[in-house]
Design a protein around this ligand. Structure first.
Ligand code: HEM
Length: 437
């Protein structure tokens, strides 16, 4: 069989990349309508073949991991660190996942629930009736706080102040241009110099933070658990590798969770019927433990429906490292293959009236892992899915049961780095909930 790519437009790569970056959903849906369930975008990062059905997604996600390397690593490796789980592949990636995944297992969530609720309570204590703000900014502050507490174990005092400042400086230095092309990684590029200074300060902070963890032992935060982790050969991870992993959790986990929460508030407060149903469920569970709240069926359906309609990432992509057959095409080595989450989530045969926000659909039918895939799938599936879900539901429950949000913006999606977020950040006026007792 000769290597071939599925069909797709032949416009210049720059045009296709810009169209994809600026009008992602419309572009993907348009290409799907024109070229069918498996098409190729010729982008600046090389050809990307995108699968648009659950059956094809299954082929992509269940193929042997050895066929793949991570997408666009030339640009991301020197920013995220060469040992970051976001850039490694093959045996090294598998080894790292084994070490990082345990603190994210569902059962561990109970330990993080209180930190998530504290972050929400502390942030909302600053709100005054009639105050106007962007939910996105508040959600970013809360998810930052949750990561500081649960990942870095920094909740108060000198530690927390130092962590907050160093990590914020690094996040601010993450200019998307650095992730786009390695050509920007040059001493003459101011963004690169700024990033290097911030990254060095972060690495030094991680060394101090881990030294304190070693001295105190038994911490339940994720940094402490990575310190205690041992490879199959019984070796501990060195500080530099732990630093790469902590950074990966930070960049992959903060903004994504904040965007999901922002959409959740926006969609629910635009649909009064959904709001009153979920409030009835939350009111009945007022004294329940966080674990029980996270399992509430209607709240869970809202979470699933939010990420169906507004998946934070429109697709997931891998690079083909050895010949691989998908959808009847033998994909060339060096090309890329992905799953168009956004297109599958809008398939009317799976989701009738796909543009409607209707959480009930998740109570009526159980979707499988290739039909509902906001966290990707296969060997690179999101490590933090259970964590994000727990946080999203608990923080939403805490906000929706105590506050009314009057929506002041009409939202559409806009690109933020690699994610897609509400363009205006969900502008609201907040008041104490009218009927709250
Ligand atoms: C609603 C929030 C989130 C969404 C929608 C999301 C989505 C995703 C997606 C689509 C991927 C790529 C999966 C693939 O390639 O198949 C991913 C990977 C990843 N996510 Fe998340 N994520 C979220 C929250 C989090 C959180 C809270 C963390 C950790 C604190 C996290 C850590 C990671 C990591 C480390 C990876 C890389 C996995 C690998 O390459 O092996 N994510 N996420």
């Amino acid at each position: 069989m000769q290597p071939t790519l599925p069909p797709g437009p032949r416009w210049p790569a720059l045009v296709q990349t810009v169209q994809y970056a600026t009008h992602t959903r419309e572009h993907l849906l348009g290409l799907h309508a024109r070229y069918g369930d498996f098409f190729t975008i010729h982008a600046l990062n090389g050809p990307v073949a995108l699968a648009c059905t659950p059956a094809l997604a299954k082929e992509v996600f269940t193929a042997d991991a050895e066929h793949y390397s991570a997408f666009a690593v030339q640009a991301t490796r020197s920013v995220l660190g060469s040992r970051s789980v976001l850039v490694t592949h093959g045996a090294e990636h598998k080894r790292q996942r084994k070490l990082i995944v345990p603190p994210f297992h569902g059962a561990r969530m109970r330990a993080y629930g209180e930190a998530m609720l504290d972050a929400a309570r502390e942030r909302t204590a600053r709100w005054t009736p009639g105050m106007e703000f962007r939910i996105h900014d508040e959600a970013m502050a809360m998810s930052f706080d949750v990561i500081l507490r649960t990942v870095f174990g920094a909740s108060e005092g000198q530690d927390a102040a130092e962590a907050r400042e160093t990590i914020q400086r690094l996040l601010d230095a993450f200019d998307p241009i650095l992730l786009f092309t390695p050509r920007t990684h040059h001493p003459l590029v101011p963004a690169w110099r700024r990033f290097l200074r911030a990254r060095q300060a972060f690495d030094e902070f991680v060394v101090r933070c881990l030294a304190r963890r070693r001295a105190s032992e038994g911490g339940t935060d994720i940094a402490s658990m990575l310190l205690a982790a041992r490879t199959e050969e019984g070796a501990a991870l060195d500080d530099a590798e732990i630093g790469d992993h902590l950074l990966a959790l930070l960049v992959a986990g903060q903004e994504t969770t904040a965007i999901a929460l922002s959409w959740m508030i926006y969609l629910v407060f635009r649909h009064p019927d959904v709001l009153s149903k979920v409030r009835a469920e939350l009111d009945a569970a007022r004294d329940a433990e966080p674990d029980a709240i996270a399992k509430l069926p209607y709240l869970s359906a809202i979470w699933d429906e939010t990420l169906r309609l507004e998946p934070v990432l429109a697709d997931v992509i891998r690079t083909v490292a050895s010949p691989l057959e998908i959808g009847g095409h033998l994909l060339p080595v060096g090309s890329n293959v992905g799953v168009a989450i956004d297109v599958i989530h809008r398939d009317p045969t799976l989701y009738p009236e796909p543009e409607r926000f209707r959480p009930e659909r998740f109570l009526e039918r159980r979707m499988n892992a290739f039909e509902h895939l906001p966290f990707g799938g296969g060997h690179r599936r999101c490590i933090g899915a259970a964590f994000a879900e727990y946080e999203g539901k608990l923080v939403f429950a805490s906000l929706a049961s105590r506050f009314d949000f009057e929506l002041r913006s009409v939202e559409h999606r806009a690109r933020r780095n690699v994610t897609l977020a509400p363009a205006h950040g969900v502008r609201v006026v907040v008041r104490p909930r009218a009927s709250a007792s």
